[in-house]
Design a protein around this ligand. Structure first.
Ligand code: SAM
Length: 195
């Protein structure tokens, strides 16, 4: 059951000051305009977040991870990086949650500029397909929280794209084992009557 971890009842109830204490002021909390923009879904041990943290020091980002011990590890990893690198890694945090159930509890419509799904568990057996974090019934939800995406040109110039296959631990394992990586970056389609 998911009942043993707390879930905000709505995005406005997500306590930013707890996750980003050094850079998130009480004025920010009241003002409400400074929000998480990157989410790493099933972040595992947090390698991508750590790389992105220094690449986008002004952007608030969060990892979502189902496994308790792994989430605790990422928390510790971030806290110790904050201690050894004063002023850095303040924009990155992690929550233990089931991203397949609770994304709308964390993010408002069009809040996120980037969502990452790196090396999600494939769940090969048909009876386990319902556990796939990328599945048709969840795409609407992901589209809801995403801002309209980049043009191809912007994508090419985006430094994050280069990290997708190499920054996480799973990606490094695949590279070590001489495996192949297939990258897919999706664009949210904007209906013509919307901007
Ligand atoms: N993205 C990381 C990487 O590339 O190293 C981890 C990849 S690992 C194969 C998949 C991760 O997704 C696991 O850590 C797993 O616990 C997490 N996960 C699976 N289902 C999830 C869910 N519903 N909500 C949050 N995390 C989930």
């Amino acid at each position: 059951s998911d009942s043993h971890f707390p879930v905000p009842i709505s995005p406005s109830q997500f306590d930013y000051s707890l996750h980003y204490p050094q850079i998130f002021t009480s004025t920010d909390q009241v003002d409400g305009s400074r929000k998480v923009q990157f989410a790493d879904i099933g972040c595992g041990f947090g390698g991508l977040l750590i790389s992105l943290s220094t690449l986008f020091p002004e952007t608030l980002m969060i990892g979502m991870e189902l496994r308790d011990k792994v989430t605790e590890y990422v928390k510790e990893r971030i806290l110790s990086l904050r201690v050894t690198n004063p002023g850095q890694y303040q924009n990155v945090s992690v929550v233990r949650t089931n991203s397949m159930k609770y994304i709308p509890n964390y993010f408002e419509k069009a809040q996120l500029t980037k969502m990452f799904f790196l090396f999600p568990d494939p769940h090969f057996k048909e009876k386990n397909h319902r556990r796939r974090v990328i599945s048709p019934f969840l795409l609407d939800e992901y589209a809801y929280v995403l801002k309209p995406a980049l043009t191809e040109k912007e994508l090419e110039a985006d430094p994050v794209v280069k990290l997708l296959s190499s920054a996480t631990e799973e990606g490094q394992k695949v590279a070590r084992n001489g495996g192949q990586t297939f990258q897919a970056v999706f664009r949210r389609i904007v209906p013509s009557d919307q901007t």
